[in-house]
Design a protein around this ligand. Sequence first.
Ligand code: GLV
Ligand code: GLV
Length: 326
Amino acid sequence: MIVMKIFITRKLPEQALELLKKEHELEINPHDRVLTKDEIIKGVKGKDGLLCLLSDTIDKDIIFSEPKLRMIANYAVGFNNIDIKAATEKDIPVSNTPGVLTDSTAEMAWALLFSAARQIVKGDKFTRDGKFKGWAPMLMLGQDISNKTLGIIGTGRIGTAFAMKSKGFNMKILYVNTKPNKILEKELGAQKVELEELLRKSDFVSIHVPLSPSTRHLIGEKQLKTMKETAILINTSRGPVVDEKALVRALKEKWIFSAGLDVYEHEPMINNELLKLDNVVIQPHSASATFETRTKMAIMAAENMLEGLKGNIPPNCVNKEVFTSH
Ligand code: GLV
Ligand code: GLV
């Protein structure tokens, strides 16, 4: 066994570190914060593997900074934070963590939908602030969820799981996706439509597309104005899929009823106006944050790392062309 060196940009669940430590030498970011680009370049120096987070921007400079670097494992399903083209050019496989976080993320989308529809956060604050003076006919009115129309943008694993969880609520399902989704059509009678129709007809719209040039600002002013005044927008995918400034206006001027967000356009910064609004529920990019899922993600990232360092195709490789092009 050849012992190699791995740089890990943040402390991960112990089980994954144990797996890696059995075979290789680890260097782990000693700080409890995101590293700067220079710190990552310094960390990667002399390393064979890089295990990184979605909050680390792994660009060309980092990828080409260490000639030995031969494997990058991302601790996330989304991998828009990594310059895949540069990694492929340098014959470095990159892996992600699909599947293990599907239900947790879909559950967070539902948590946000319920919170936004029934004003859970606002009601909690109101009650704590001592403002509850007794039952009142018009206090904290929200939106029913049962028997409504649910619009899903992107029906990959997460979008599909999110839709399937609507089974108890007797909802009509509309979806936008490049390909038809046979499972949703068969199980839920879901209907594939154009984005405009989905926005116009849905009571709740949940976004589940990866971030790419074609999905950046997929939801902007025009799309928000197409939605119902009673509608709710949920985003657990990537912030830049929504034009955050337009969303602030939509919420302020009540083009829609409310929103539930786990992701932001310029993380970790959040539009200051958004923070002042009480018709939006906001979470700190924590859709996959359960004890079970974060451990599974870490083990998956570690297993990918171990395979990649052996020169094998990591099980969750996102740029398999590294192994086929020559
Ligand atoms: C979380 O956002 C992930 O991509 O895993
Ligand atoms: C991709 O992010 C998925 O839906 O699993």
